[in-house]
Ligand binder design. Sequence first.
Ligand code: CMC
Length: 419
Amino acid sequence: MSTAKLNLNGQDYELPQMKGSEGEVAIDIASLRATTGAVTFDPGYGNTGSCESAITFIDGEKGILRHRGYAIEDLAAHAEFSEVAYLLIYGELPDKNQLVQWKSDLADNSFLHERLVKFIDHFPLTAHPMGMISSMIASMSAFYPSDNDPEVADINFRRLIAQMKTMAAFTYSWSVGKPFVYPKRDLDYCSNFLRMMFGSPEDEYEVPTVIRNALNMLLIVHADHEQNCSTSTVRMVGSSQANIFASISAGVCALWGPLHGGANQAVLEMLSAIEEDGGDYKKYTEMAKDKNSGFRLMGFGHRVYKNFDPRATILKKACDDVLDHLGLSDPMLDIAKNLEGIALEDEFFVERKLYPNVDFYSGILYRALGIPVNMFTVMFAMGRMPGWIAHWKEMGEEGSRIHRPRQIYVGSTAREYKS
Ligand code: CMC
């Protein structure tokens, strides 16, 4: 076994090396404190491998993203969201019978418990849907068995994926005063969601194919992204052996922030502000470069990608295709492309390897689909649900230790208390 050598205060130590299946090298420091008395310091965990995982591979320098070995470009172009969910959770693409059963299970589990539906009425009208959904997911533990037995968990995976779309559509219906449209068993995942969002209980709603396909692709590109902030949160909470509803509810909250999934809402707000300000996008790139302005170019930059985010490349092309198909033009798309053009040539962004990320173009597509801005992060959460579940399951199967980082204490040293 290869080792890494560490010389600390004049003494030599050998640390085991690990190698991932794609050749990534890691130094195993799990015993460092016990053997040397020292801990490592890595604020924001930018250089810390927190687990071994077989779900998603990213090469940020080359702009590669694969789920269980399959390229995101292939999955986004050819797969069904429900199929990708199965792949992430169970490790292999479903065969024909497994897919039929899986889709049927998802359709059967789409209905919210009626008492959970009543929760919605008690939120103030100003409530953000992410807060409502996080609370409702945590509350599912009151309605369903939530121990971590694998068979119970397996049914809960289906409930979470299937009911997420219903919760999302219901929070929207409630916010605009539209009667709830209940799920239909014979519709696929995306058509069901779009009918619940935009249909009415009496009328049949024809789901436009372009819109259904665009939503399917959007959900796939959000389905997993290895140890990002919300997934690490799901793992962190789950490591205490908290139930899956508690763990995923915490993941929804982590996703909400504007530096993570909330960036898609922030991007659209930024593009609207630029438009209202006369479309002067250069002013905003200058502002983003000025550290004192407190302004960042939302939808730009990524902890892992130091090249194009492959998801952003897929979405940029989809924006052109979908808007073209629907005969729409959106000034936000022009502003976004101009911003990207300027930023990709500017020394500040080039030096720091800041490229558009998944959130830069997704909002323009959501707008074309008729999704309101405050629902954008909910759409991200709907897509990410299978990824969160896959990581919670993988962690449970591997029997992870409770997550408990160390710190470097910098406060007062011992002092005497005087009353
Ligand atoms: N606009 C302007 N400057 C930026 C930006 C930006 N969007 N992002 C990073 N920088 C600068 C930053 O000021 C720093 O400069 P310096 O080295 O001179 O101090 C350098 O680039 C590195 O930034 P960082 O904050 O240390 O990088 P990070 O890895 O900690 O943060 C990030 C990653 C995504 C939070 C950050 O790039 C950011 O805030 N982007 C805008 C928010 C956003 O779009 N988030 C969505 C991320 S993708 C979806 C997801 O999976 O969450």
